[in-house]
Design a protein around this ligand. Structure first.
Ligand code: SF4
Length: 269
């Protein structure tokens, strides 16, 4: 679900810490996907599966990994967890019952925040009212160009605690309606075929965020490698996060080690 190249971080593909600046860990209860829009053209997840074939014998075909469902309950430190960096949780081939299981784990691990990012706004809309939107879910949609602004309208209808936009890889100038949107991430594309990011597109989004009091996170300029262009915008790093993250950290202190153990023991075998 993350469409820029980060190939310098191969590691174990099951789940791990990550180099993605706006999250702490990735959790991939499914892997594989199919392309739906221009932001997918140089999909990072697909590139990983091609490069590390021993870890992905099925290539980029969609696969469920039920054996990974309980992984977050063993991560004791409160973390921001990016769900499905190697897939799209609302992919049409993921059964609803499996989605429910993912959401059940999220509900039972309230010390974490789960960042779900999708390009499947239509399936999201169809399923949203049947899912339990726990307080620790942050839901985002990708918006790479003006044609996909419509995803924001779908996002707005979902009662997630935090609703965010990932404008990465940003492919054009955007005029955003940020009503009820709590966070915006912007980034350029990486890889040898990267499409260039224009500074005025980034500045324009930053201005819209400032005008609407929406936290703005600038991830990278992109280039041949993810770090090639750096992260500075007008000499500064823009790492703003939703207030909900600080609030969550304070609240998560109440989940003592004992309480977490209790939740773990309640998990189905
Ligand atoms: S939706 Fe995300 S994971 Fe799927 S092909 Fe597009 S960029 Fe890749």
């Amino acid at each position: 679900m993350y469409s820029t190249f980060e190939l310098k971080k191969p590691r174990n593909m099951v789940s791990t810490n990550t180099g993605i600046e706006w999250t702490d860990k990735t959790w991939n209860p499914t892997t594989g996907c199919t392309k739906v829009s221009p932001g997918c053209t140089h999909c990072y997840a697909e590139a990983i599966t091609k490069r590390f074939t021993q870890n992905f014998p099925q290539g980029f075909a969609l696969q469920l990994h039920p054996e990974r469902l309980e992984m977050p309950i063993h991560w004791r430190k409160p973390s921001r967890i990016f769900v499905n960096s190697m897939s799209d949780l609302f992919h049409e081939d993921i059964p609803f019952s499996f989605l429910e299981e993912v959401f059940e784990v999220i509900g039972k691990t309230p010390w974490h925040v789960y960042q779900i990012l999708t390009k499947r706004h239509e399936r999201l809309e169809r399923l949203a009212e049947k899912l339990n939107w726990h307080e620790n879910i942050w839901l985002g949609v990708s918006v790479e160009n003006q044609q996909y602004l419509k995803r924001i309208d779908y996002l707005r209808k979902v009662p997630a605690k935090v609703r965010f936009l990932s404008c990465e890889p940003l492919l054009g100038d955007l005029q955003l309606d940020l009503t009820d949107i709590h966070w915006v991430i912007v980034g350029g594309e990486s890889g040898h075929k990267h499409r260039p990011l224009q500074k005025n597109w980034v500045e324009n989004i930053r201005q819209q965020c400032q005008d609407s009091n929406t936290p703005f996170f600038f991830k990278q300029w992109g280039g041949r490698t993810p770090k090639a262009g750096g992260r500075l915008l007008d000499g500064e790093i823009w790492d703003e996060m939703p207030k909900a993250w600080e609030q969550h950290l304070q609240q998560s202190l109440k989940y003592s080690r004992t309480q977490r153990k209790r939740n773990i023991s309640k998990m189905p075998a």
